[in-house]
Design a protein around this ligand. Sequence first.
Ligand SMILES: *[C@@H]1O[C@H](CO)[C@@H](O)[C@H](O)[C@H]1NC(C)=O
Ligand SMILES: *[C@@H]1O[C@H](CO)[C@@H](O)[C@H](O)[C@H]1NC(C)=O
Ligand SMILES: *[C@@H]1O[C@H](CO)[C@@H](O)[C@H](O)[C@H]1NC(C)=O
Length: 172
Amino acid sequence: MLYPALFLLLALATFHVSSKGEAPPVAPSLPPAAREFLEAHNEARAEVGVEPLRWSEQVANVTSKLVRYQRDKMGCQFANLTAGKYGSNQLWAHGTAVTARMAVEEWVKQKLFYNHTDNSCVPNHKCGVYTQVVWRKSLELGCAQATCVKEDASLTICFYNPPGNYVGESPY
Ligand SMILES: *[C@@H]1O[C@H](CO)[C@@H](O)[C@H](O)[C@H]1NC(C)=O
Ligand SMILES: *[C@@H]1O[C@H](CO)[C@@H](O)[C@H](O)[C@H]1NC(C)=O
Ligand SMILES: *[C@@H]1O[C@H](CO)[C@@H](O)[C@H](O)[C@H]1NC(C)=O
């Protein structure tokens, strides 16, 4: 494990193999952090002509529970997420405060390495976090953040419903 002097941000995505998902209904009014998560996602999606996500309070509640568990039991480490009901992106940060918008912008940085022409990623780079952000068939978003004071770390988790990152499929 790498412990740099100032700060470090690490991003992680899940990948899926085919199955079917169905979108539950939408939440009405949004807390500020939710709005920020949603807007930052939808800006990245609009840039490549992909329709906006909707915020799901139900999905957000699942991420809230998960980040609280990771905070209380795991020192804000990445959650161990394998292909499940939702797609997911995570950001672990050490030594720096991370707002909702900053987390999403960190994920969107992978765009630099993603080649949409042949749906490929520059060798030795990762694109899966970005491709989940702009995955057209993902319709709903829910996110949460937690901070671990002792570890000087934070964890941001977003879930996407239905999940994206189906291996071999193009995001849009
Ligand atoms: C989400 O959690 C809040 C707070 O615990 C609760 O009031 C609300 O009913 C939950 N919403 C859904 C859709 O589960
Ligand atoms: C994560 O979970 C999977 C499946 O539940 C398990 O096989 C794997 O060992 C776990 N990985 C870690 C790092 O705990
Ligand atoms: C993207 O992939 C296409 C098709 O393989 C290739 O022609 C093009 O040069 C690539 N673009 C970049 C920026 O690498």
